[in-house]
Write a protein that binds this ligand. Sequence first.
Ligand code: AHR
Length: 491
Amino acid sequence: MTTGSATVTLRTDARIGRIHPNLYGHFAEHLGRCIYEGLWVGEDSAIPHLRGIRQDTVCLLRELGAPVIRWPGGCFADDYHWEDGVGPRDQRPRRLNLWWPAEESNHFGTHEFIDVCRQVGAEPYICLNVGSGSPREARDWIEYCNAEGNTTLANRRRAHGHSQPFRVRYFGVGNENWGCGGQFDPVDYAKEYRRYACFLRAVGQDVQLIACGHTTADWNLRFLEAAEGASIDHLSIHRYYGSGPSTGFSEADHYQLVARAHQVESDIDQTAAALRLLRPGSRVGIILDEWGVWHPEARADSGLEQANTMRDAVSAATVLNILNQRADVVTMANIAQTVNVLQCVVQTDGAACWPTPTYHVFRMFRPHMGANAFVADVDGPTVEYAAADGARPSMPAVHASASARTDDGAMCVTLANRHLSEDIECRIALPGGTIGEANAIQLAGATADAHNTADAPDSVRPVEAHVERSGNEVRVILAKCSVAAIRLRVG
Ligand code: AHR
């Protein structure tokens, strides 16, 4: 049923900034079946692999152009000792994974992670241990990865098979240090950060240091005040959200989840305001290095696994649109987590491997990577829903972002129709321009909780959508609870 109509006006002169490809990044932790089974099957596995790394997952991630992968955690990072994970695999120690109950074989360590990144074509982002580690351990890890000379650590890396430095650029100075990363208060963390940064900066001139921020303004303001003068390249925040079960959810759950995804807007704006106040004129970027849907089924004892539905894909499209709209301040984002865990893009079951609906959203949004974001104004129907507190707020049904490439001028407009029961006719207008070419792909499921499984890996997949083009506008019907990507060329 098509009842509403929306207009998206492309304001190509209202430029936001270049969308850093890393906004489309990923995060892989030693948690459940993300690393083991999801990425690493080992050299003796019957599942097709290259040096122990499963090729079906790699192939899907490569098709996404996955730009960056954050590792090894997460909470796991602040209890990870990198030396446990280098050298002959059969001699690596077996440890307790404190946060995600399991034994850690350490068969997947730094070399294996770098190998995954190289096979995928992604840049590595390593999260260092502040909680139970030391500046020395952290600076040694960077030297081990990046040193070119004749140092003992560089030679150890060579002895372990890599003569060339890994050239890792991104290093997180701890993870959620207000929580699992040591339960610091912002002032104490700032002191630790300053101490770490002093040595980390000295060991690697080209490294980008990522400080741990928070979604509370209080943490960010107090941390930045106390860290005055310390060298920071990026400030990281995390946002998870959910409402109701992963499948079989109510209408109210659906809209509440989408509304909660919008918290990313205020998280970024609050962090940007803190940076403007306490680092005026600086170029400290904001990194959302964990984000996504966290359903109640995703518990530690289930390896944080959950069904990944069309509703989740719509919420991911909303967040990716928000990131594009804030491309002037956001330098990276990493959805949690790459394979099998939380809002993963890939799921596996034994030898089976398939993309989630969220995977397809990333694939459809790929043209935004590296393009220039500009404002896309949406004028259309709103939908009223029941909030958890009994209020009846409303939200715009259609959500959009837009960008243009500098190389060939091609534009990409991505749209989410969050309406659960109504298709919406959408008119995309380019004032002052003539649209020469237009095509659209759309992702929708039979129901909002449609999802892919090992037996039905293509149950939710993008299909071409009909576009009508005339003069300076195109029209497309957005199915209920769907995501669309429109490519346009001025002609
Ligand atoms: O992604 C799962 C966990 O969520 C991470 O380990 C932690 O950083 C966050 O709280």
